[in-house]
Design a protein around this ligand. Structure first.
Ligand code: NCD
Ligand code: ZN
Length: 346
């Protein structure tokens, strides 16, 4: 039996949704993570500081009593976002960051941004006050192949923002390509990236093995093996620019197993076990704590957590629970296509 003790991690990208789903999924994150950046893509989205505060209360009410958890709230940028309003919400600590969704890029992103130029004054304000920008980095043009949308976004949009506003703290979220790892690595010091467990675990074949696999469908879509390898290399390297954002994105099974299934993978339940196994397989367990517990805090100028967690490797592989069940509904829990021997000591 092997055992490692590490600083309690943070998740720098989660979807908690709302209502009954929120109550069911929040504890899956809070049992292992001390803090999380919460995405604002509700229906309707979180557009104002006051919406974020009310949403934060609903999240806090869903945290089990014996756990401590800090949700860091975000605001959904639109072409109508008011820079004075945004600044005030940030000053009052109602929001921690702002999220840029190109309109139509992913689940619930209809009110996202069509024309970047329209939000440049808002981004300038953010650079000035040190507020982080989180980016879903995909173009949405129909003529661009879905597998190329991240790369094209980097070339056509991200590069522009980085050059215009080098002081802006930017997180390119859930990166999926080798090109993204290279761009972030070589890019300015304020540019970082998050990586999800599923993009580290799977390549695009996983969407099609033996038939269509809706539970492996997410955005940005899984890419070729060479890209997965590049992500693993970035995550397990000693670069402080790459850290965990799970993008855990619950949808009810009915919404996934459908003629037009939703994008999103719910992965919080076994996230740390899967990551420990992936890092172990790469002989890189020494970088795990940095990836999940240190680098993100450093980028966001936060203290690292005081609490610790223990990971245990046993000779018996973990048996995954298939679903998160609640109120006669269910959400499929992400399970990779390899055995996992690590678990978190409860
Ligand atoms: C996310 C969701 O379901 O909200 N889906 C996904 O595939 N990742 C949205 C997002 O982060 O793109
Ligand atoms: Zn997401």
């Amino acid at each position: 039996m092997e055992k490692i003790e590490i600083i309690k991690p943070d998740d720098w990208h989660v979807h908690f949704r709302d209502g009954e789903v929120l109550k069911a999924v929040v504890p899956e994150t809070t049992k292992h993570f001390a803090r999380a950046i919460v995405m604002p893509n509700l229906v309707p989205p979180i557009l104002k500081g006051n919406d974020a505060v009310k949403y934060r209360e609903r999240i806090q009410n869903a945290v089990p009593e014996n756990q401590q958890f800090l949700p860091l709230m975000t605001l959904y940028l639109t072409e109508k976002t008011d820079k004075y309003d945004l600044r005030e919400s940030y000053d009052k600590e109602q929001i921690f960051a702002a999220k840029l969704y190109p309109a139509g890029a992913t689940t619930n992103s209809d009110s996202g941004v069509k024309d970047l130029k329209k939000i440049m004054p808002v981004l300038e304000t953010m650079a000035e006050i040190g507020m982080p920008l989180l980016i879903h980095g995909e173009v949405t043009d129909n003529e661009i192949d879905v597998f190329d949308r991240e790369k094209v976004f980097i070339d056509q949009k991200l590069d522009f923002i980085c050059k215009e506003l080098p002081e802006l703290k930017i997180t390119l979220e859930h990166i999926t390509t080798k090109e993204a790892t290279v761009y972030v690595n070589e890019g300015n010091k304020n540019l970082v990236a998050t990586i999800t467990p599923h993009h580290l675990a799977l390549n695009r074949n996983a969407i099609f093995v033996g038939g269509i696999r809706p539970h492996n469908y997410c955005l940005p879509i899984l890419k070729r093996e060479v890209h997965r390898k590049a992500l693993l290399k970035a995550a397990t390297s000693n670069s402080t620019k790459f850290f965990l954002g799970t993008d855990t994105a619950p949808h009810l099974t009915g919404e996934k197993e459908s003629a037009c299934g939703c994008a999103g993978i719910f992965n919080s339940t076994y996230c740390l076990s899967i990551l420990a196994q992936l890092f172990d397989n790469e002989n890189a367990l020494s970088q795990l704590e940095s990836f999940i517990s240190k680098r993100g805090a450093k980028h966001y100028n936060l203290k690292i957590n005081k609490q610790k967690i223990i990971l245990i490797k046993s000779s018996q592989n973990l048996i995954f629970k298939k679903y998160l069940n609640f109120n006669e509904q269910k959400i499929k829990i992400f399970e990779p296509d390899f055995l996992v021997f690590w678990k978190v000591a409860e």
